[in-house]
Structure formats: C-alpha cells, structure tokens
Design a protein around this ligand. Structure first.
Ligand code: SAM
Length: 317
C-alpha cells in the first residue's frame, strides 16, 4: 500500500472533553517548547512529500484552538506536492475561521458530531453546546468546503439517534461516518476506555438502518479512506461506517501520523513512534527517518491496540 497521507496533530489541547476521548480535567498540558512550531510541522510535511506523501490532514486535540491554524494551512498549500489539505474539527470555532481557512487553501473538513440531541451532546462532550457545533457545520457549507463529512463515534445512545443522522444526509450533502469506538488508551481506563462502555458495533447499526430504510451501496465521497458507504435513494449525502474494531482495515492503511510533540507513528494501534525533532534541521536525515518508518510500517497491528500508550486526543484520531 502506498503511504501518501500524513495526519498532523497540531495540539493536544481541546475545548471539549468528550467522555470517551479525554479525562474531565483534559490531558496534562504541554509547554510551547514541546509542541512543534508551524515552521517545523511544515518541514516535516515538505520532507514527507519527498517520501510519497501528497495528502495532509490537520487534527488535534482541537486544531482550531491553536492560534493561527489557517497560517499553517497556507504554508502547506504553498508546499509543492501537497494536493489535498483537510481538517478534522469539532466545529465549535469553525464559524470564526472557516472563510480564512478556505482562502488559505483548505479543501475539506470533517466535523465531529456525536449527537444531534442537545442534552446527549452536552453529556458526551461534558458541557459542549450542540448549537455551536451545528453553526460550525453550517459555516463549513457557507465557506464552500467539499466534501463535508460528519464523524459520529458509536457509543451507547447513538441507537436512538439514527433517524436524525439519516435525515441530515437527506437534507444536506453531508457524509455521516459512524465510527466504531476504539479502545486505544489504557491510561484512561474506566473513564474513557473500554471498561463500563457498551461498544456499538458498526454492523449492528447498519443492520438496524437496513431494517428501517432502503440503502444502496455507494462509492462514498472523495477521501473515503477506510469507510464503507451507503445512501438513501434520492438523499444528498451518504452514510459511512468506519469499523476499525469489528472489521479492521490495517491492510489498506496509507497513513503516517505526527503527534503535536513531534513523534512520527505509522500505526494508530501500535505504541511505536520515532522522535523527529533531532532531525528537523537536517532534511536528508529526516528523509531517511521517514523512509525507514514507511519501510518498517506494519499492516497487522490491530491486535496490539491495548498496548498503545497514547490517547486519541494526543495522536489526533
Ligand atoms: N478535536 C477534533 C475533533 O473533534 O474532530 C480532532 C481530534 S479528535 C481526537 C478526532 C476524531 O477522533 C474525532 O472524530 C473523535 O470523535 C475521534 N475519536 C476520539 N477518540 C476515539 C476513540 N477512542 N475511538 C474512535 N474515535 C475516536
């Protein structure tokens, strides 16, 4: 599999505290010195292009809490060889930044929206406001991003919201992706981890939807990644499933991930990472480090999920 996709986590701070992702107090804050500067992130992206990368996604933590995120987009957009720049966000700050991000060259956005019910949204995010997230989604449309995807993690209670998500795909050209909860972080234990949480398998949700709706298989929007898509005939958007646990897709993984503190990871499910910071001023060496990581990338690490020592909020999803 060609590794052509780099996910840059630009901060591990977040303005929400999703129960399955972060402890209530957030993750221990890193000092500015520990976090790569935009120039350093752009260096890694530029060198990664020489190793085959052509698509970059900005993520976090919540990327838009980092001041100047749009500047980074501009730097990436001016990097020859990067053809696709995308962002994963919870949408809360998107109304403020959407047009600037678009102008700087951001092509598409994924908005994480686990619930369309204000109370459940507030519970899941520990105090987040659904109307703010929906305003973010609306601003993505206004700014002209395409495609626009909504990420909804399959945690208990989602079963009661399926109709609302289906309706969203009827009304707007939005691609809802139901994502299986991945029990990645041991440290978060009962609070965010697998303990005490009923996992909702994607096949179960698909079955429920198929009992209620006529769904036709769909090729999915650009950048469909590991999701499998379906569509209601006549609907403007689609419904996708990212079944990272029940139907893992390691064999088709094309991704590299860089954490905000400069660790390169080739697999979400493995704790292995390499610190790129010593090589930031030595592009030839950095290239060798990235090439070695790509060459050593394994495609069978799914079963090691529980050995992973970093939360999704640190790796960037
Ligand atoms: N703050 C941004 C956001 O909310 O989209 C970007 C970072 S967030 C870590 C990226 C995505 O990972 C979100 O869609 C989130 O729901 C998802 N996520 C976090 N923890 C997860 C887990 N354990 N299993 C599956 N998805 C998870």
């Amino acid at each position: 599999m060609k590794v052509d996709y780099l996910r840059l986590s630009i901060t591990d701070r977040c303005n929400l505290r999703c129960t399955y992702c972060m402890p209530p107090e957030g993750v221990p804050p890193r000092s500015h010195g520990e976090i790569l500067s935009f120039e350093e992130l752009a260096v890694v992206a530029r060198v990664a292009v020489g190793c085959g990368v052509s698509k970059v996604r900005i993520t976090g933590g919540e990327p838009l809490v980092r001041h100047g995120c749009a500047e980074l987009v501009g730097m990436l957009a001016r990097t020859s060889g990067i053809h696709d720049i995308s962002l994963t966000t919870n949408g809360i700050l998107l109304p403020q930044y959407a047009s600037q991000l678009r102008r700087e060259g951001l092509g598409r956005v994924n908005v994480s929206l686990d619930s369309l019910d204000p109370e459940r949204f507030a519970r899941l995010t520990r105090g987040g406001r659904l109307d703010a997230a929906l305003a973010g989604l609306a601003s993505a449309f206004d700014a002209g991003f395409s495609p626009i995807k909504v990420n909804a993690v399959l945690v208990e209670g989602i079963e009661d919201e399926l109709d609302a998500f289906v309706d969203l795909t009827r009304e707007r050209e939005v691609h809802v992706r139901f994502i299986e909860f991945m029990p990645l972080d041991r440290r978060l234990g009962g609070a965010c981890g697998v303990a005490g949480r009923r996992l909702v398998p994607a096949p179960e949700v698909l079955l429920r939807l198929k009992e209620r709706y006529r769904l036709v298989s769909d090729q999915g929007p650009y950048g469909h990644g590991p999701a499998r898509y379906w569509r209601l005939p006549g609907a403007r958007g689609s419904l996708g499933f990212v079944a990272g646990v029940s139907d893992h897709f390691c064999g088709s993984c094309n991704r590299l991930r860089l954490t905000a503190d400069g660790r390169l990871r080739t697999c979400l499910f493995s704790g292995e990472e390499v610190d790129v910071r010593p090589f930031l001023n030595r592009p030839a060496d950095l290239r060798r480090v990235i090439e070695a990581a790509v060459a050593g990338k394994r495609y069978d690490r799914h079963r090691e999920a529980l050995a992973n020592l970093r939360a999704m909020s640190e790796i960037g999803g």
